[in-house]
Ligand binder design. Structure first.
Ligand SMILES: C[S@@+](CC[C@H](N)C(=O)[O-])C[C@H]1O[C@@H](n2cnc3c(N)ncnc32)[C@H](O)[C@@H]1O
Length: 254
């Protein structure tokens, strides 16, 4: 079995983020949202989460672990809000800012550079499974939300032992672990659901594929592209296998 090197996550979330930004610039701005949703590539999941957050017209919203900014860009386009993106990978932060014109800062979820109660709502999509210290990340999320503020979560949850090969740097919780962590952080769980990651509009999928093809054209010879493809392919295989499920939840800061 292939051992992925330690930098696999950095390649997937930083190098490929910069390549994605360049590919979108070549193809056009309408490619930005589909290409920018990494790990949350389902429009119906974004809609379910946004509805559950019950966002007012002036809501201050945080996208925690925003990646290239696709979900925040979608929220901006669909709901007229201006989410703040926080994300540790510099290439992704630049991409989020340049592609969507949104405020974006380099920060980990465990150490958010915002005051207490700075946000009315937040979402954190496909991120918790990449963070070993989930309790610290959830405590920070709770701290920056106003009491009563809501958070939307997409978490890849392990429903049984995961068959190898596993993606490097991921630590998938069980649903029981996740709900325990939320409650310990002062986040009361409300509605939950499952994302259908295959039900986005055909146009969305075609555009995401076109961006991948453009990256492949430019960087297909680069071993980092193969590494990133292997890494995301491993998550895809676990999801197809059913051992991993895309869990959705809305929780309220108590
Ligand atoms: C699967 S991607 C999801 C990106 C984005 N939320 C989306 O749905 O398109 C996971 C993201 O988590 C970020 N990440 C990794 N470790 C993190 C941490 N400690 N704090 C915050 N984000 C982190 C990665 O850099 C990556 O952008």
């Amino acid at each position: 079995m292939v051992e992925l090197p330690d930098e696999a996550m950095e390649v997937e979330f930083d190098t490929v983020a910069s390549w994605t930004e360049r590919a979108v610039r070549t193809l056009g701005p309408e490619y930005a949202i589909p290409a920018g949703c990494r790990g949350s590539g389902s429009e119906s999941a974004l809609r379910w989460l946004a509805d559950g957050l019950d966002l007012g017209a002036d809501a201050r919203v945080l996208d925690d672990g925003a990646g290239v900014g696709g979900p925040a860009g979608w929220l901006s386009a669909e709901r007229g809000l201006r989410p703040v993106c926080a994300e540790p990978m510099v290439g992704a932060v630049r991409a989020a800012h340049h592609l969507f014109g949104l405020p974006a800062v380099v920060a980990t979820a465990q150490e958010l550079p915002f005051g207490d109660a700075s946000f009315d709502a937040a979402w954190c999509l496909g991120v918790l499974c990449t963070i070993p210290d989930k309790a610290a990340a959830l405590a920070e999320l709770r701290r920056v939300l106003v009491p009563g503020g809501r958070v939307g979560l997409l978490v890849f949850v392990a429903v049984r032992p995961l068959p190898p090969p596993l993606p490097e740097g991921n630590d998938f919780p069980s649903e029981e672990e996740l709900t325990g962590l939320l409650s310990a952080a002062g986040l009361r769980l409300g509605p939950t659901g499952r994302a259908d990651l295959s039900d986005s509009p055909a146009e969305w999928t075609e555009r995401a594929d076109a961006v991948d093809a453009e990256i492949e054209r430019r960087h297909g010879h680069d071993e980092r592209w193969a590494l990133a493809q292997e890494q995301s392919g491993r998550v895809g295989r676990l999801l197809s296998d059913g051992a991993l499920v895309p869990w959705l939840g809305i929780a309220t800061a108590v």
